[in-house]
Ligand binder design. Sequence first.
Ligand code: TRP
Length: 428
Amino acid sequence: MTTRVLTGITPSGTPHLGNYVGAIRPAIAASKAPGIESFFFLADLHSLIKAQEPERTQRSTLEIAASWLACGLDPEQVWFYRQSDIPETNELMWFLTVVASKGILNRAHAYKAAMDKNETDGLDPDAGVSAGLFMYPVLMAADILIFKANQVPVGRDQIQHIEMARDFAQRFNHVYGKEYFPLPEVVIDEQVATLAGLDGRKMSKSYSNTIPLFAPRDELKKLVSSILTDSRAPGEPKDTEGSPLFQMYQAFATPEQTAAFAQAFAAGIGWGDAKQQLFERIDEELSPLRARYEALMAEPEKIEALLRRRGQQLREQFAVPLLKELRHAVGLRDLADVPKAVAATAARVALPVFKQYREKDGRFYFKLTDSDGTLLVQSAGFDSPRDAGQLIAVLKQAEQGDALQSELFKLEAEVDAVLAALAALRED
Ligand code: TRP
């Protein structure tokens, strides 16, 4: 059986080298492993929580799509799509929302962090906190569960969200009495490299120390030469340990190239030379990607068509049939199917009962009363209890067919007719 691996990418800004080395490159490599069905999607609905600037949302989505494709994601081998092209996700989100407990959402890190910050700032705890931020984990669970993903590779900051997705899936399965969803597993890549930025701290947009992944060649060269180094002069041996420059080289080089570079450090390579070598190494790997990126960005309609096509296929193959099943599961059903179901229940719950008895006149009688004790049918007197019993059997059989209220009235009429016929027989 293939394992379904699902990766969500929130489109925000242009990716940088840290994203490439730490996320994009390893994820694409992993998607090529055998026995895996990969799902990669642009989490554009999620991005609306942070950015409510339409042009930026559109541009980021395009840039991120082009970036992943340029880096070698094969859109015919993996499922590559846009979250908002699968509207069933939103519907599933609601089905999960009604089983998700608010208390769990209260504990979500992102929401709690926002609350804590407000408290420190002396504000109302929910100041500036949108319901979207609060519901973020439920939308994420819907992303995962709509394609019944088995594994979700994420960064450590996302572990809690996957645990929540498991919780909501479990609740849904329990409430509606079937294993509709497998429980997704979190996958953490322990070896994933974090790249240091220009200033030596982790490369991150929030530190403004990044090198954009598709920076033009001369900009890349300029940025690389601005990487922070110590003040050792050419000829002095340099430390590889803790050197952001060395670490970046390693991320783009083979082990042999890395060993040679370490040798050069020990031999006192000048920082200028080292930076030139680093630039060449990075550029060698990135220049074909950059060319592909530029070509893709020049034809956004191709990306649009691809995303739509894949989204449509996913809907047809998975999302639409699943939601059909789930709608039925939760009771959003064809109303024309109701009568029989209700009838069966009503018959079980409020079956009218027959009572047989003997009157003072020595004859045998029976009556039919409903569950409230209301008299429905009163028989005439029979000479033997067997006669009465036989008629009851006939009536019960007739009654088994349908037990709706209207059918009961019909039954009464039949009883009358049978009784009249019997009485006539007796008179003969
Ligand atoms: N929250 C994820 C992030 O910020 C992005 C994401 C959205 C995601 N939906 C997902 C990741 C579903 C994995 C599965 O990185």
